[in-house]
Design a protein around this ligand. Structure first.
Ligand code: GDP
Ligand code: IMO
Ligand code: MG
Length: 428
């Protein structure tokens, strides 16, 4: 397949980084197309653990080329830090990492406005953002007040930045927050540009040339469908399109060039930050999922909320993203549970529904309708390298997920390492 779009099919942190890393083996390019350093994608290589925020996870494979596309919002100082860390650990980026000149830039005032916005929201309306300035940067993009990587290289940049800082300082002052020093921002950005400038280019013809050469591209989604600004639990979402469509608008590769969509799905559900989560567990089983799955944020370290698998959410991803196959991750975390619950539909005000409502207050009233399935408490999925090696109860659990979502599981992950992955040759 020339182009594969990989998306998160829940609330993020599904294990996209790991799956991208194993799929990178078979492709030439890995492209990020939305989000920013709110993302935290973990890849384990041997005994080493990497957490990537802006740089595509494909960078850890020698010879593969990576693009940060126009749809991504880039904090230049954070990106330089990340690049330095990667280079220090033995992965060169020169000639392998390219940054779109159309990508919008996150400045310190965006981060401050992010924090201020959260602090000033009424109780119950806080989003629990990563405070990386993502929302305010996308807001500026939509308001046509943003600056892009191309502007940073322009002689007019200092003036463009000063004008924006003056405007943002008026807002910060009005809410009693500390203001930003334009000259300091200018200096730190110029310093970051020493590293970034050689990597900035028009990545659109570059990707089209790659396709014309018969090369293959893997799009690395960030966040997940339930955090998508259109299809997620609005307003408790991020500010970009985490759906498969975001891969096209965020890269300049059009929808009719996308060949396959892989949805990454955790064998249970997690969410970090605020907002409704119908299958959330508040009991010892939720604690057990958090412990066994090491569910703590890769970006902010916050404990992730945990709950049972939700087929309503997975079907929503299939519908909005056109998922061709699942990569089902963290199956090993369910080792040891006596009984597993699968949410098949919701009860809303006494009615059974099988879709995800738009109205957030309705979502809050949704009560999951569960099916109970036997676990495999005496058995383990760890170390399995073939589907047939999995405990029979695990295979039944997977088959039920396939049935409920009408989508096959093509890839299975039973541990964070590359080797702990099962590819199913002939998915049903
Ligand atoms: P992403 O944001 O979707 O890339 O996911 P994160 O990296 O934020 O969180 C996924 C976490 O689960 C990371 O710590 C991974 O190393 C880990 N992980 C990924 N796949 C598996 C798996 O199959 N089993 C286990 N136990 N851990 C996994
Ligand atoms: P990856 O790519 C999980 C959540 C935040 C918050 C909401 C808005 O690692 O799956 P933002 O900072 O984007 O304005 O925060 O979205 N969030 C994520 N949750 N995984 C992520 O990325 C996330 N990126 C943002 O916790 O609830
Ligand atoms: Mg993550």
């Amino acid at each position: 397949m020339a182009t594969t779009v990989l998306i998160g099919a829940q609330w993020g942190d599904e294990g996209k980084g790991k799956i991208i890393d194993v799929l990178t083996e078979g492709v030439d390019w890995v492209v990020r197309a939305q989000g920013g350093n709110n993302a935290g994608h973990t890849v384990e290589v041997g005994e080493e653990r990497f957490v990537l925020h802006l740089v595509p996870s494909g960078i850890l494979h020698e010879g593969k080329r990576c693009v940060i596309g126009n749809g991504v919002v880039i904090d230049p100082v954070a990106l330089v830090e990340e690049i330095q860390g990667i280079v220090e650990r033995g992965f060169p980026v020169r000639g392998r990492l390219f940054i779109s000149d159309r990508a919008h830039v996150v400045f310190p005032y965006h981060r401050m406005l992010d924090a201020q916005g959260e602090a000033r929201r009424a109780k119950g309306e806080q989003i629990g953002t990563t405070q990386r300035g993502i929302g305010p940067t996308y807001s500026d993009k939509a308001a046509r007040f943003g600056l892009r990587m191309a502007d940073l290289r322009d002689p007019a940049f200092p003036e463009l930045l000063r004008a924006r800082v003056a405007e943002k300082n008026r807002v910060l002052e009005a809410v009693g927050a500390p203001v930003v020093d334009a000259e300091e921002v200018l200096a730190s950005t110029k310093k970051a540009l020493e590293t970034l400038c050689p990597l900035v280019c028009d990545t659109i013809p570059m990707l089209h040339q790659a396709l014309a050469n018969g090369e293959s591209i893997l799009f690395e989604g960030a966040q997940g469908i339930m955090l998508d600004i259109d299809f997620g639990t609005y307003p408790f979402v991020t500010s970009s399109n985490a759906c498969s469509g975001g891969a096209a608008t965020g890269s300049g590769v059009p929808p009719n060039r996308m060949d396959r969509v892989v949805g990454v799905l955790k064998a249970y559900t997690t969410r970090v930050g605020e907002g409704p989560f119908p299958t959330e567990l508040f009991d010892a089983q939720g604690e057990e999922l958090r412990r066994a799955g090491r569910e703590f944020g890769a970006t902010t370290g916050r404990p992730r909320r945990c709950g049972w698998f939700d087929a309503v959410v997975a079907r929503h991803a299939v519908m909005t993203c056109g998922v061709d196959e699942w990569a089902l991750t963290k199956l090993d975390v369910l080792d040891g549970f006596d009984t597993l619950r699968l949410c098949v539909a919701y009860e809303l005000d006494g009615r059974r529904i099988d879709y995800f409502p738009a109205n957030i207050r309705e979502v809050e009233r949704c009560v999951p309708i569960y099916e109970d399935w036997p676990g495999w408490p005496a058995d383990s999925t760890r170390g399995a390298t073939r589907f047939e090696d999995l405990p029979a109860a695990a295979r039944r659990y997977i088959a039920r997920i396939e049935e409920l979502t009408a989508t096959p599981v093509g890839i299975l992950s039973v541990g964070p390492r590359r080797s702990e992955t099962i590819f199913r040759e002939a998915a049903p």
